[in-house]
Design a protein around this ligand. Structure first.
Ligand code: ZN
Length: 349
């Protein structure tokens, strides 16, 4: 049995959490599976896979316990049908080389499955959040299809208390298949967010089309103020000055920026609103903010910063914006522990 967790609040790659979030931790519990029937009778190799309009794939799975050989195989979809018993070869390499994924990628083409895992495991994993959840209140369950790694999932979110997500992998395969014999993940849920109530009643999780009936997957506005005052609260902008061409000096060089001063309005279209000033900026080239960006075409090209009323009255908004943009970039770089070289040093021999 193995247990490990990950602190998402301390992860620089995770999206920024809303203020008032106290805990956000993912967790995994790996549990051995007994699989008595398969231990006595042996696994029952069966072809599994997916078919979408754009691509198809086939691999091998035990239709009794859901275990997959490792590697699971990559079979030719024109030869193997889903749910057909698999009587093809297994390529047993023992022990499996550590770089097998790289080697398979090199092969690039169809290959037979490998050995059944000697100690099959299942996994219970999830995430727990204490504190704000972007204002969302919802609950939902998911039932995986045959091609899914996960068999069951459940989620409860109650703003501002927290959220709990749990998923099962490896366990409950037989029950999931009986409930959901199809080829798409099914979901049942109710979600209250941003003044809308939406529902899903045994709906496809990943596919929605205009033919999906509204009772199966739909939503309705539930905030009377929204219909009275023209819609939900939102941000609107009006350009007030600019574009100004300015330069900003960062540790790795000088960037040309285009600045536009905007009046920012937050509120319902016909309701009370909160006004503030912001400066939208666009750089002449991407500004790297993380190690992966260096030397590539990635990086920040545009964003916005707020400026104070006084700076607009005094017509010093561009200077204040440049100071804030430099600080904004430094904060992002610090989050990713990125310290770029000076442009002069980089241009060395
Ligand atoms: Zn089995």
């Amino acid at each position: 049995m193995r247990w490990h967790t990950h602190d998402n609040l301390a992860d620089p790659d995770a999206p920024p959490a809303p203020r008032g979030r106290l805990v956000d931790r993912s967790w995994w519990l790996t549990v051995p599976r007994l699989l008595l029937a398969c231990r006595v009778l042996g696994h029952r190799p069966t072809v599994d896979g997916v078919d979408t309009p754009r691509w198809s794939a086939r691999w091998v799975v035990c239709s009794r316990c859901g275990t997959r050989p490792s590697p699971q195989g990559d079979l030719d979809p024109t030869v193997w049908a889903i749910r057909q018993p698999y009587d093809g070869p297994f390529v047993i390499v023992d022990p499996l080389p550590k770089d097998r994924h790289a080697r398979l990628a090199e092969l690039g083409g169809p290959h037979p499955p490998g050995a059944w895992p000697r100690r099959p495991v299942g996994e219970v994993s999830g995430e727990v959040v204490l504190g704000r959840t972007y204002g969302r209140i919802s609950f939902g369950i998911e039932v995986g299809c045959e091609g899914d790694e996960h068999t069951f999932g459940a989620a409860v979110t109650i703003n501002p208390i927290g959220a709990l997500y749990v998923t099962l992998a490896g366990f409950g395969r037989g029950l999931a298949r009986r409930l959901n014999p199809g080829t798409t993940t099914k979901t049942i849920g109710l979600d209250l967010y941003g003044g809308r109530l939406s529902w899903q009643v045994w709906a496809d999780r990943d596919y929605w089309s205009s033919e999906t009936p509204a009772w199966r997957s739909g939503s309705v506005g539930v905030n009377p103020l929204d219909s009275l005052l023209g819609g939900p609260k939102r941000y609107d902008y009006r350009d007030e000055a600019g574009p100004d061409l300015e330069t900003v000096d960062l540790t790795d060089g000088t960037y040309q920026l285009q600045l536009v001063l905007r009046r920012q309005r937050y509120g319902r279209p016909r309701g009370k609103a909160r006004y503030s000033w912001s400066v939208a900026w666009r750089s002449d080239r991407p500004i790297p903010v993380r190690p992966d960006d260096a030397g590539s075409s990635n990086g920040i090209v545009s964003a916005a910063v707020e400026v104070g009323d006084q700076a607009v009255t005094d017509d010093t908004w561009a200077a204040e914006a440049l100071t804030r943009i430099a600080a904004q970039i430094e904060t992002m770089r610090a989050r990713h522990r990125y310290r770029p070289q000076n442009a002069g040093e980089q241009a060395g021999p």
